[in-house]
Design a protein around this ligand. Structure first.
Ligand SMILES: [Zn+2]
Length: 92
């Protein structure tokens, strides 16, 4: 008998993005919460479920997308991201 450790589903390394990250409210790499950050330079680095994933311009963006400027795409305004995050939450 051998264990099933090597079979599907085990992912190592990166943790799953948080709900805040998935809503573009936090950096995909360092986790900075943009709602609390003063006025960071934020760039789009990826997409997931039709939403933009964001990271800080520079090191974080490069780690996430390979480019310090991320994708050639404009992030949604923070207020809009916050609103969508609120709408999407299915908790009461
Ligand atoms: Zn960052």
């Amino acid at each position: 008998m051998y264990s099933q450790d090597s079979i599907a589903g085990r992912r190592r390394g990166r943790p799953e993005p948080t709900p805040e990250t998935l809503s573009g409210l936090a950096c995909l790499i360092c986790g900075t919460d943009y709602r609390n950050a003063p006025d960071p330079e934020v760039v789009v680095v990826s997409h997931r479920d039709g939403k933009q994933l964001l990271a800080c311009q520079g090191t974080c963006a490069r780690m996430a997308s390979g480019s310090v400027n991320g994708l050639d795409e404009t992030p949604l305004p923070l207020a809009e991201r916050v609103r969508r995050h609120g709408d999407g939450a299915d908790g009461s």
